[in-house]
Design a protein around this ligand. Structure first.
Ligand SMILES: [Zn+2]
Length: 271
């Protein structure tokens, strides 16, 4: 056996050509595969609304590939969007949340029977020196319900809702339909209503719209939502009159944002 000087051997090994590492190309900012990165559609400068958004996020939510709350937090100035994670709020680790929940102008966007239509609240303007802290539960409808029920501190908050209004493109998050608004849409709609700034909504939704377009161009399948199945009588569960009425009223988009979000998650898994 030929003996080689130790250093030379190591040098040879180090200089051996290696295959490039196989890794997914992930965008550092949005943490999504580069092919479905939406960063170029985010506002060039983070937006600075007068109101603040607090997201109470279910732990399962952040695991989703297209997590719309991330678009929101990447679009707003850091102090304008604060995320607390958990299934019950507030807990000791949620630093500052207890104080926020006790502020006089903190609103909970949650459709209880007592919830007031957000459109009826006084508008926020630079001059009025009025601003709201808007608390939104970030999760699926059943997760949001569980969080609300477990978090008694939320029950005392002034509760508001977004009602369906003429000209709205989307179905508003008041009923457990597949088309209820995503967290981003909810926040975008609420902020633009409270501050009377339609551009806020436009800027916040731009990344979602771009992804929607990308998806349509790539011929992704349109999911059969619960709403679709109910309308086509293929959903076995009996539904109440109110929900039935709401579903009948709603528009069926070719690809709604929620279907798009589901599709995007599947595209991500494949990439
Ligand atoms: Zn990105």
């Amino acid at each position: 056996m030929e003996t080689i000087d130790g250093d030379v051997t190591w040098d040879d090994l180090i200089n051996l050509p290696v295959d490039p590492p196989i890794k997914r190309n992930i965008c550092r900012n949005c943490k999504r595969p580069v092919a479905v990165c939406y960063c170029e559609y985010l506002p060039t400068e983070r937006l600075d609304p007068l109101c603040k958004v607090i997201l109470l996020q279910h732990p399962a939510e952040e695991k989703r590939c297209l997590h719309t709350a991330t678009i929101l937090s990447l679009s707003l100035k850091k102090e304008r969007c604060v995320v607390y994670k958990g299934t019950k709020f507030p807990q000791n680790r949620h630093s500052g949340l207890y104080e926020i929940l006790n502020l006089p102008n903190t609103l909970l966007l949650y459709p209880t029977a007592n919830a007031v239509d957000l459109r009826r609240l006084p508008k926020v303007t630079e001059e009025s020196q009025l601003n709201y802290t808007l608390v939104i539960i970030d999760g699926t409808w059943p997760q949001a319900k569980t969080i609300y029920n477990k978090s008694t501190a939320l029950h005392a908050l002034k509760q508001v809702k977004l009602s369906h209004h003429q000209g709205s493109e989307y179905i508003i998050r008041t009923q457990p339909t597949e088309n209820c608004l995503s967290t981003l849409e909810t926040a975008a709609e609420a902020l633009s209503v409270l501050e009377n700034k339609p551009n806020l909504k436009k800027d916040l939704l731009r990344p979602l719209k771009a992804l929607c377009k990308y998806q349509l161009n790539h011929g992704a399948t349109v999911h059969e939502s619960k709403e679709y199945r109910l309308k086509n009588k293929t959903y076995p569960k009996l539904i109440g009159k109110r929900l039935k009425k709401l579903l009948e009223k709603t528009r069926t988009e070719e690809t709604s944002f929620n279907e798009m979000i589901q599709n995007q998650n599947e595209i991500c898994e494949k990439l």
